[in-house]
Write a protein that binds this ligand. Structure first.
Ligand code: HAM
Length: 423
């Protein structure tokens, strides 16, 4: 019979790789907490309208990449392609006190052409802050991402930033851009020669040389900001600079979803040097709550891809786990296994990470498993130890055979182990 594989564009994460994931998520949770964000868990699927209205029906994600299904009650749902729309839908539904600051970790589903750093199920760490249009909120959200990347050890990260203005600034810009694209439409890439007029902003997102050349010569978004939006953007950049976080103005940065207003940003890992070098991105979405039926409320957030963060760490040669997942003690029981069960329970309750052998294996086989486990200490229980109320403690990292092994009293084992492991 043929066996099954994980679906195309998805992957299984098993040890030791999964310890890196754990470390990443734990570090992010710690940073989110320090910045005052609380965890939000929302459903992995939503009514399709949440995304349609939220991220825009003409976005690439909406037109080409959604996983849509009808359930047995004939309702049309979509697997979430990103985290923002769901959090904002939950905000509108529950109306928490503002500013409402939430963090999340979630799988996201997009029917993309799979390649290194681009998957059909990827995972995002993100935050959303709703209810304040203070530039200080933009600064804190961006600083959280930046400090988190620093904590991961990443040093080759650049922050690209832009402002799309509010709806009116953008409408004025889009009109001029439309004229420019119309004039040069024959020079656009095949895809956008046909589709540019549906949403001209998408052409700015296009990475193909033809579109880049046309839009580079075109109008620049920051020139179209009204006085308020320009002041907001200047305050965000000054705030970042005051924290020592340098940002590069990228006037083409409009990002892939229609909900963005004002500040937009992206973090690029230079060590990746590929088309998939964006390790995070986000921005303001001051009209999104209304799109989803709520009261006007400004919002800002970012999402960062776990897989890409790990690729970026690897590319920078960073190998530390961020979290300790090593085994303290391995129990070798040659008296049948009941002692291992009792001892493991006692030591785990005392806070040690304990592994043991199963299936009444031979002493040799159990010692091999102890070595493989990476445990610092092996505790050996044989018939003699059992009778004497003692345990043989062997330090598996010590080369000195004389001192590596000694008999200890079972009664004082927890204290003895603590002392030994603290050395
Ligand atoms: P996004 O730029 O589409 O933004 O995705 C955020 C991050 O997720 C990207 O920078 C990238 O690291 C990762 N990512 C996206 N697609 C893939 C993929 N197919 N495979 C692997 N990694 C991927 C958002 O999703 C917005 N919700 C961010 C946001 C939050 N804006 C405001 N608040």
């Amino acid at each position: 019979m043929s066996t099954f594989q994980a679906p195309i564009g998805t992957h299984d994460v098993l040890a030791p790789q999964s310890a890196l994931w754990e470390g990443l998520v734990a570090t992010f949770a710690q940073y989110a907490y320090r910045y005052g964000f609380t965890l939000a868990v929302t459903p992995m699927f939503e009514e399709i309208g949440v995304f349609n209205r939220g991220i825009g029906e003409h976005s690439d994600v909406m037109t080409k990449e959604m996983y849509v299904f009808t359930d047995r009650g004939e309702r049309t749902y979509a697997l979430r392609p990103e985290g923002t729309a769901s959090v904002v839908r939950a905000f509108v539904q529950h109306q928490p006190v503002t500013p409402y600051k939430a963090w999340y970790v979630t799988p996201a589903f997009r029917y993309e052409r799979p390649q290194a750093g681009r998957y059909r199920q990827h995972h995002q760490l993100g935050v959303e802050a709703l209810g304040s249009d203070d530039p200080a909120m933009d600064v804190e959200v961006i600083a959280l991402a930046w400090r988190f990347y620093e904590a991961l050890g990443l040093t080759r990260v650049r922050l690209l930033i832009n402002s799309m203005g509010h709806a009116e600034c953008r409408a004025r810009y889009v009109e001029v851009l439309r004229g420019h694209l119309d004039e040069h439409r024959e020079q656009l890439c095949d895809e956008h020669r046909a589709s540019w007029s549906t949403n001209p902003l998408r052409v700015l997102d296009c990475k193909r040389d033809a579109c880049v050349a046309v839009t580079n010569d075109g109008p620049s978004l920051p020139d179209f900001l009204c006085a308020d939006c320009a002041a907001h953007f200047a305050a965000v950049r000054a705030g970042l600079a005051s924290l020592g976080i340098s940002s590069t103005l990228q006037p083409r940065l409009v990002r892939g979803f229609d909900y963005y207003t004002r500040t937009t940003f992206e973090f690029v890992a230079d060590a990746l040097g590929s088309a998939q070098n964006a390790i995070g991105g986000g921005g303001r979405y001051d009209g999104l709550t209304e799109q989803l039926g709520g009261k006007p409320t400004s919002g800002i957030g970012f999402g960062s891809g776990i897989e890409r963060l790990l690729l970026a760490r690897e590319a920078e040669g960073l190998t530390s786990n961020l979290i300790n997942r090593s085994i303290d003690v391995f129990i070798v029981d040659t008296t049948g296994g009941a002692e291992a069960t009792a001892l493991a329970d006692q030591l785990r309750r005392a806070g040690f990470a304990v592994e043991r052998a199963y299936d009444a294996r031979s002493m040799k086989s159990q010692m091999k498993a102890a070595d493989r486990s990476g445990a610092r200490v092996a505790l050996l229980v044989g018939p003699q130890e059992l009778e004497a109320g003692q345990i043989t403690m062997r330090d598996l990292r010590s080369d000195d055979f004389e001192t590596a092994q000694r008999r200890v009293e079972r009664a004082g084992l927890v204290a003895t182990l603590r002392e030994h492991l603290s050395k």
